[in-house]
Design a protein around this ligand. Structure first.
Ligand code: MN3
Length: 278
């Protein structure tokens, strides 16, 4: 073996060793805990380290943790950050009173029950066998997390990448999609939500709406899917600014949609359909 060859071989070996070590380091905290270990001290540390929600591969794991470990996360922006589309007072009451209330009531509803050790996605998959307190508050908590993440002070425009392509191939073009989605929100009678979701069986995108705090992950939904874009059409989401004019709120909503987040959810969730069915 000549010197040059030896040198490159040892360089290669050093690079490989460094790579293996970084792989080991990276992977260690991600080992899925067994149920009996799920409340250990090290898991609680991992919960505190929960990464930023916009990173889909990591974000997804949040819903795979037992319900008792879910946190009421900070709003990703200031109360006034969505003005003039959604006014500061509405965001404050909506996040700090309504959303927090759902979170607290959900935690209280699962406390001491087997649901405490269940990921919220699994609770949704069997929601028809749970109490209305669990259904309303688990939904209320989860749906609002999506809603806040789906909005951004720098939002608006149109999605690009894989999501943009999927929207065009499913609905024809973005305009047709946004009209159909808006219509789902406008025509929802009473309180509820409009959704863009990934069909749990086919992987196709679809638009749907649900009443109250239901969502498409629930086994009671008329078409089951993983929601990636949520629009809250309860009056508490818009009444201070828009009064009875829900249509105006929906028109303005598009100016604040956080497409990078919706796209990240699409890319992250589309291969998780089997897991979410359980
Ligand atoms: Mn709401």
């Amino acid at each position: 073996m000549n010197l040059k060859l030896m040198l490159s071989a040892s360089l290669l070996m050093a690079a490989f060793t460094a790579f293996s070590q970084s792989e080991t380091k990276e992977k260690k905290p991600r080992v899925k805990p067994t149920r009996s270990q799920s409340t250990s001290a090290s898991d609680r540390v991992n919960q505190r380290d929960r990464p930023h929600p916009l990173k889909p591969a990591r974000f997804i794991s949040e819903w795979m943790t037992p319900s008792s470990e879910l946190k009421f996360n900070n709003l990703p922006y200031a109360y006034n950050a969505l003005e003039p589309v959604i006014d500061s007072k509405t965001v404050e009451i909506h996040y700090d009173k309504h959303h927090r209330g759902y979170y607290n009531n959900f935690m209280a509803a699962v406390k001491g029950t087997e649901l405490e050790k269940m990921p919220i996605s699994r609770i949704f998959a069997n929601i028809s066998s749970h109490s209305s307190a669990v259904r309303n508050n688990a939904g209320g908590f989860f749906n609002h997390v999506l809603y806040w993440q789906n909005l951004s002070p720098d939002g608006g425009g149109e999605p690009s990448g894989e999501l943009g392509k999927a929207i065009n191939s499913t609905f024809g073009d973005f305009k047709t999609f946004s009209e159909k989605f808006s219509e789902a929100g406008k025509s929802r009678f009473g309180s509820g939500w409009a959704w863009l979701a990934i069909d749990l069986n086919t992987g196709e995108l679809f638009i749907t709406s649900t009443a109250n705090q239901d969502n498409p992950l629930m086994n009671t939904a008329e078409r089951r899917g993983i929601p990636i874009l949520a629009l809250d059409v309860w009056e508490h989401a818009y009444y201070l600014n828009y009064q009875n004019k829900r249509a105006d709120y929906i028109t303005a909503f598009w100016k604040k949609v956080n497409w990078p987040d919706v796209e990240a959810k699409y890319n992250g969730y589309k291969d998780m359909r089997e897991e979410m069915k359980k």
